[in-house]
Design a protein around this ligand. Structure first.
Ligand SMILES: [Zn+2]
Length: 273
C-alpha cells in the first residue's frame, strides 16, 4: 500500500483567492473534445482522465506520490478512452483536471464532489473551503464540462438521434485493504438491458470476472453522468470500469481497447442501432 501519511503544508501553499482566475491562460481548458464529429451513436465521457491540479491550487497539500495514485485520477483511462474514440469513431469528452479539485461525475453539493478525504488520504487543500472557493471550482471546471455534454446531447436528440452515453473509468485492485475480484465491471441505472448486454459481451471470455454493478453501483446521490446525461433523458447509458493494473501499459490499453470495441460495437447491433 502507498503511504497515506499527510505532510502538513503552510495553508498559503494551497489557498487561492477566488477573486483571481483559477486557471491561467497557459493552462489547459477545463475539458477536451476528441473526435468531435465522430459518427458513432456512442458519446464517450472520461471524467477522471487527468490528475492535473490548477497551478493556483499548488499541490492541494499532497505529496507527489499521492497525486499519482488512483485517488487523483483513473489510471489508464485517458489512453483507453482515446483508443475507443478512434476505433468506434465516437466523440469523447475528457475532463482535464483531477477529481480531487472537483469530481465531474458527482452531483454538486455531496461531500465527495470536492473530497476532504479520499480513501484514507486527507486533502489539505480541500479543507474548510469557503462558498466562493467551491463556486469557483464549479464554475471553472464542473459546469463547462457538464454543459458541453448536455448541449451535444440536446442537439443530437433534437435531430431525432438516440445517443448512447458511456463513461470510461478504472478502479484500484485493492481498496481500503480489500482485494477486488473483478477484471472489469459494468455500472448502470435505468438502462438495465443495455448494461446486461455489455456484461454478456465481456463474459464471452470465460477467463474474465465481470462485475454487474460492481465494484460500484450507480446512485443519483453519488453519480452524475449516468443519472443526468442518460437516465433522466431516457437514453441508454453505462459506466465501464476496468481494473487499473490491466490498462497501465500500452499493451494493456491495446488489449482492453480491442475487447471493449468488440463489446460496444456488438451491443449496438443487438440494439439495432
Ligand atoms: Zn472513475
Amino acid at each position: 500500500m502507498t503511504s497515506t501519511k499527510v505532510i502538513p503544508r503552510p495553508e498559503s501553499r494551497t489557498r487561492h483567492d477566488p477573486g483571481q482566475p483559477l486557471l491561467a491562460v497557459d493552462e489547459p481548458p477545463p475539458y477536451s473534445v476528441i473526435n468531435p464529429d465522430g459518427a458513432s451513436p456512442y458519446l464517450l465521457l472520461c471524467e477522471h482522465a487527468s490528475n492535473r491540479i490548477p497551478r493556483a491550487l499548488g499541490d492541494l497539500g499532497l505529496p507527489e506520490a499521492e497525486l499519482r495514485r488512483h485517488i487523483a485520477w483513473d489510471i489508464g483511462v485517458s489512453a483507453l478512452s482515446q483508443h475507443l474514440s478512434r476505433t468506434l469513431d465516437a466523440p469523447l469528452f475528457m475532463a482535464n483536471y483531477s477529481r480531487l479539485v472537483i469530481d465531474c461525475n458527482r452531483p454538486l453539493g455531496v461531500p465527495s464532489a470536492i473530497p476532504e478525504v479520499s480513501e484514507t488520504t486527507e486533502i489539505p487543500g480541500n479543507r474548510a473551503l469557503t462558498a466562493a472557493e467551491r463556486q469557483q471550482r464549479i464554475d471553472t471546471l464542473f459546469t463547462p464540462f457538464a454543459a458541453t455534454v448536455a448541449r451535444r446531447l440536446d442537439g443530437l436528440q433534437k435531430a431525432g438521434k438516440r445517443p448512447v452515453v458511456v463513461g470510461i473509468h478504472s478502479f484500484t485492485p485493492v481498496y481500503s485493504g480489500r482485494q477486488r475480484p473483478w477484471h472489469a465491471g459494468i455500472l448502470y441505472g435505468r438502462a438495465v438491458e443495455f448494461g446486461q448486454t455489455l456484461i454478456r459481451g465481456l463474459q464471452a471470455d470465460a477467463a474474465l470476472a465481470i462485475g454487474d454493478n460492481e465494484p460500484y453501483t450507480i446512485h443519483p446521490d453519488e453519480d452524475y453522468t449516468v443519472p443526468v446525461h442518460a437516465d433522466d433523458r431516457g437514453l441508454p447509458g453505462a459506466l465501464i470500469e476496468v481494473r487499473h493494473d490491466l490498462i497501465d501499459t500500452l499493451a494493456g490499453v491495446g488489449e482492453w481497447g480491442e475487447r471493449l470495441t468488440r463489446c460496444l460495437a456488438g451491443a449496438l447491433k443487438e440494439f439495432g442501432e
